[in-house]
Design a protein around this ligand. Structure first.
Ligand SMILES: [Zn+2]
Length: 239
């Protein structure tokens, strides 16, 4: 089982950890704790390095498997053995861009729900660009600039982002969370992590976010596409 350090401190760039198991065929190792985000909820995984006393490995992919986080290492070096102490270092430029992008997408989601009542059905992101799909029948081209102005106005409000880990029963009492389909969470999950953009948006979410919308910077609505009468896809880019 890997302790997920990024869940409570998204700004942690370096950490110490011990190798708890090795998967030679996959060239992956499990650590007792990690700051590497393993991907999920539309946010891609982190990259970076793991350094032991004698070697530095490139972390080329990170993936969650049950309660473990697998770190896939570059092929040039023999794998470390169980018990090895390592220092992990994130590719922070990439991760911070993903944090800004992820928060920007929540700003978009919260603003569109507030202004048009449209719900999100899916999304995806890369550093500094992303998209969300909405059930948004009334979306049309001349709303693009209006939406862009509204989301940049929210960013300019310097809204704080608060992350909490709540018991399942408590989370289920929050009306805003129920609208984001929290009831689809598997029964075995006893705790729910919530991400709140104070005054704008509240979601059950496992990703890494900035502390304040001021860190997001300027957002451009890059494009939108009709995926049928109801489903619309909105693309954003960050500067
Ligand atoms: Zn999210």
């Amino acid at each position: 089982m890997t302790e997920l350090l990024y869940q409570t401190d998204s700004y942690l760039q370096e950490f110490n950890a011990t190798v708890t198991s090795v998967l030679p065929t996959e060239r992956a190792i499990v650590l007792d704790r990690t700051a590497f985000y393993p991907g999920g909820g539309g946010q891609p995984c982190d990259f970076g390095t793991l350094t032991t006393e004698s070697k530095t490995y490139a972390v080329e992919k990170v993936k969650k498997q049950g309660e473990d986080v697998l770190h896939f290492l570059s092929e040039d070096l023999p794998l470390p053995s169980v018990g090895t102490v390592t220092r992990g270092t994130l590719d922070w430029v990439r991760r911070y861009e993903l944090m800004r992008t992820h928060t920007a997408l929540h700003v978009l989601c919260g603003t569109i729900f507030r202004d048009y009542g449209a719900q999100v059905t899916g999304g995806d992101m890369q550093p500094l660009k992303g998209r969300l799909d909405f059930e948004f029948e009334t979306m049309r081209g001349d709303l693009v600039r209006e939406i862009e102005a509204a989301i940049n106005n929210e960013v300019a409000q310097d809204r704080e982002i608060r992350v909490k880990i709540l018991p399942r029963e408590e989370a289920f009492q929050i009306p805003d969370l129920i609208r984001t389909k929290i009831n689809l969470l598997p029964e075995g999950i006893l705790q729910v992590r919530t991400v709140e953009i104070v005054g704008l948006d509240l979601q059950a979410d496992g990703g890494t976010h900035v502390h304040n919308t001021s860190e997001v910077g300027k957002i451009r609505v890059a494009d939108y596409k009709s995926k049928g009468a109801i489903n619309k896809r909105i693309y954003i880019e960050l500067e």
